[in-house]
Ligand binder design. Structure first.
Ligand SMILES: [Zn+2]
Length: 148
């Protein structure tokens, strides 16, 4: 085994117009899909995505990295967008600063130690204030329990 990993990046809107092509994975063992710049997912886009993910060879290791809030919210509703053979490596966790109004996401690595206590407060990266977790942990991280 060569241990080669193909890295893909997905950006923009995943909608009814999205064209997800079957990719040639014959030369790789694993595929990493970076979703950081995914801005929106429509319900039709979800169907397109599920078909595409389902079409990937099960012998390959498929990982999703930097899953943004829109993806995590969808994941909590539609479990099939990340079937059990697809590994979720990291997700964005939203924070909001009540002092300056700055909203940002922190990347959280998901591993065997997750869920660990989720950090509820972070220093704001735009002012000297404190940013709060901008989501309900029991809702946002629900998918973890269902995948355990
Ligand atoms: Zn701030």
């Amino acid at each position: 085994m060569s241990g080669k990993t193909l890295s893909l990046r997905m950006a923009g809107r995943l909608s009814e117009d999205a064209q997800l092509k079957a990719i040639d994975l014959s030369a790789v063992d694993a595929i990493d899909i970076d979703l950081n710049e995914l801005s929106n997912i429509s319900s039709q886009g979800v169907r397109t995505w599920i078909q595409w993910v389902d079409g990937i060879d099960r012998k390959k290791t498929v990982s999703l990295v930097n899953c943004p809030k829109v993806f995590v919210n969808m994941l909590n509703l539609v479990h099939d967008i990340a079937p059990p053979h697809v590994k979720i490596k990291s997700i964005g966790v939203p924070y909001f600063c009540t002092k300056c109004g700055h909203a940002f996401c922190e990347n959280l690595e998901l591993n065997e130690h997750t869920p660990k206590p989720i950090v509820e407060f972070k220093p704001c990266n735009s002012c000297d204030g404190t940013a709060e977790l901008d989501t309900l942990p029991e809702k946002y991280f629900r998918f973890l329990k269902e995948r355990a």
